[in-house]
Design a protein around this ligand. Structure first.
Ligand SMILES: *[C@@H]1O[C@H](CO)[C@@H](O)[C@H](O)[C@H]1NC(C)=O
Ligand SMILES: *[C@@H]1O[C@H](CO)[C@@H](O)[C@H](O)[C@H]1NC(C)=O
Length: 265
């Protein structure tokens, strides 16, 4: 009896709380479900794209690997970013001219190959993929495209785990360890913000300037808003550099290097 009495008196509060949060909870659940189903589709798709490209491309030629992926996407559902987005991405990479690039979310290896072919001979790509099979297949595609193991590293971990070990993979230049000048995030959009903050905390973003590219294709408007809201509180070091339909480019620069730049002008 007393239970009913307590429940009844709590009812208005419960209704208020649940109606206030229902939308949020629903979008969270929806986001998680959509992501899980995409992951399942992705596995099937990655295997079949890999088989198609492996047997139909000219081995040793990065451009042939990319063209064969595009050919596959003409007749199959594909998780690759495709030629249009690819060319937009190329433009950003050519402008930033990074030496070391970090990619979170490798998928079929398409964007890894696109990035690698634009790096200088001493350049290096570190790519992180949570799913071990996808990581293995992606690694094979990079080798098929003609890149040498010294030019890239595939890390087969969650992004959070990988970030905590990245220091040991960064090349040391003249005794100083320079962070990444380019980071491409194309993994779970809910990890974009925590991973960005972890990269900053671990001093893995180049302090004199780093472009972080957030691919928007799997991202909900909510995920994006959360990131933008956070960045508004950190205008000391973050700014939005480019916003295109497929990507948001965030520019990171540490205050100390920024004011040094300003005083030099
Ligand atoms: C290679 O390409 C042909 C024709 O474009 C296609 O029929 C075949 O299935 C592909 N190979 C694999 C292993 O997918
Ligand atoms: C991923 O991890 C598994 C198990 O730890 C290992 O067998 C596999 O070789 C790894 N793949 C890559 C590409 O590192």
């Amino acid at each position: 009896m007393w239970l009913i009495a307590i429940s009844a008196s709590l009812l208005p509060a419960i209704i208020i709380v649940s109606s206030r949060y229902r939308v949020k909870v629903a979008t969270l659940c929806h986001g998680a479900l959509a992501w899980a189903s995409r992951m399942l589709q992705r596995k099937v798709c990655v295997r079949s794209a890999h088989a198609f490209v492996f047997s139909n491309c000219t081995h040793g030629k990065a451009d042939s690997v990319l063209e064969t992926f595009d050919l596959y996407a003409e007749t199959h559902q594909s998780v690759c970013i495709g030629p249009q987005i690819g060319e937009g991405l190329d433009e950003l990479v050519r402008r930033v001219r990074p030496l070391q690039v970090l990619e979170l979310g490798m998928h079929c290896g398409y964007s890894s190959v696109r990035l690698l072919r634009l790096l200088p001979p001493a350049g290096r790509l570190i790519t992180v993929e949570l799913d071990p099979l996808t990581a293995d297949l992606g690694e094979e595609i990079i080798l098929v495209a003609g890149f040498k193991p010294s030019q890239f590293q595939v890390l087969n971990h969650s992004s959070a785990e990988a970030i905590s070990t990245l220091h040991s993979f960064l090349k040391v230049d003249e005794g100083t360890r320079e962070g990444f000048r380019l980071v491409l995030m194309d993994h779970d959009p809910q990890q974009y913000l925590p991973d960005l903050l972890a990269l900053e905390r671990e001093e893995l973003l180049c302090s004199s300037g780093c472009s972080v590219l957030l691919m928007k294709r799997n991202q909900s408007a909510d995920d994006l808003r959360r990131i933008l809201d956070h960045l508004k509180t950190r205008t000391d070091c973050y700014s939005i550099k480019t916003e295109l339909q497929f990507v948001l480019e965030i520019f990171y620069q540490k205050e100390s290097t920024r004011s040094a730049d300003d005083s030099r002008k």
